[in-house]
Ligand binder design. Structure first.
Ligand SMILES: Nc1ncnc2c1ncn2[C@@H]1O[C@H](COP(=O)(O)OP(=O)(O)O)[C@@H](O)[C@H]1O
Ligand SMILES: [Mg+2]
Length: 232
């Protein structure tokens, strides 16, 4: 087994007096694909948000490369761990403007060269001529690819994706999953994706983590998992 990239030890999350996650012990291996599945309300988004400190656990600790999350400056951590949301968030302007938005917000010129931007776009499944296109005019599938590309700008080690296909039609969803798989295979990115669609989980493949009512009920490689999928 690869080295753990992120480890969760006895994680518990309580919100407004309600226990949302309990006794979560997990290891996400470096360079591997992981899929969090489970019914709506199981705690998948809550768990994912803990993984780049958009939220904090109530109890337990999280380690990144063996180091406690709390000892890593939040901005450094978020550069190492990128996130893609359910609904693509797009800013005004061109695709290029959207890719360089972290620099524009800090009012500094982007140090990323044009050919690097094109490489990132292509890895995300968009051709180079998209760079000058108006972002608001892209299809939802293309917008989601753009948010994947934007998450790659900081050259993260880990990509978190929360139901990235749920706003997309079936064909666009499958294309996006193929790109995510390629990002893992080509760049060695550690992937942690949430989905409640088993077809997408099976297409991406990897380690399946099945969450129900805030606890892990099953954890298995996808080939084994889908041999016994009637249990879901
Ligand atoms: N701020 C909050 N306060 C109280 N309960 C919450 C809050 N956010 C989410 N929950 C509850 O936590 C549970 C898990 O939510 P969530 O992580 O969004 O599940 P999933 O992503 O698996 O659908 C749900 O029952 C939800 O209603
Ligand atoms: Mg969710």
């Amino acid at each position: 087994m690869n080295k753990p990239k992120i480890e969760l030890h006895k994680i518990e999350k309580i919100k407004n007096g309600i226990t949302i996650l309990k006794d979560i012990n997990l290891k996400f291996s470096s360079g591997k694909r992981h899929i969090l599945i489970g019914p709506s309300g199981a705690g998948k988004t809550t768990l994912l948000r803990l993984l780049n400190r958009m939220d904090e656990p109530t109890f337990g600790e999280i380690l990144y490369d063996g180091k406690n999350f709390k000892d890593i400056p939040v901005l450094d951590l978020r550069r190492r761990i990128g996130m893609v949301f359910q609904i693509p968030i797009i800013f005004d302007g061109s695709v290029k403007d959207n890719l360089t938005v972290p620099y524009r917000l800090r009012v500094i010129p982007s140090p990323i060269k044009q050919d690097e931007l094109i490489k990132i776009l292509e890895l995300s499944g968009l051709q180079s001529d998209f760079l000058e296109r108006k972002a608001s005019e892209l299809s939802v599938g293309e917008k989601q690819r753009l948010t994947v590309a934007r998450a790659l700008i900081n050259k993260p080690d880990v990509l978190l994706l929360d139901e990235p296909t749920s706003a997309l039609d079936h064909a666009a969803g499958i294309k996006l999953l193929e790109s995510i798989k390629e990002l893992n295979e080509v760049l060695g990115l550690t992937i942690i994706m949430v989905t409640h669609q088993l077809e997408y989980a099976s297409l991406l493949g990897g380690r399946i983590i099945h969450l129900v009512n805030g606890t892990i009920v099953r954890e298995q490689e996808s080939e084994d998992f889908f041999l016994n999928s009637e249990i879901i």
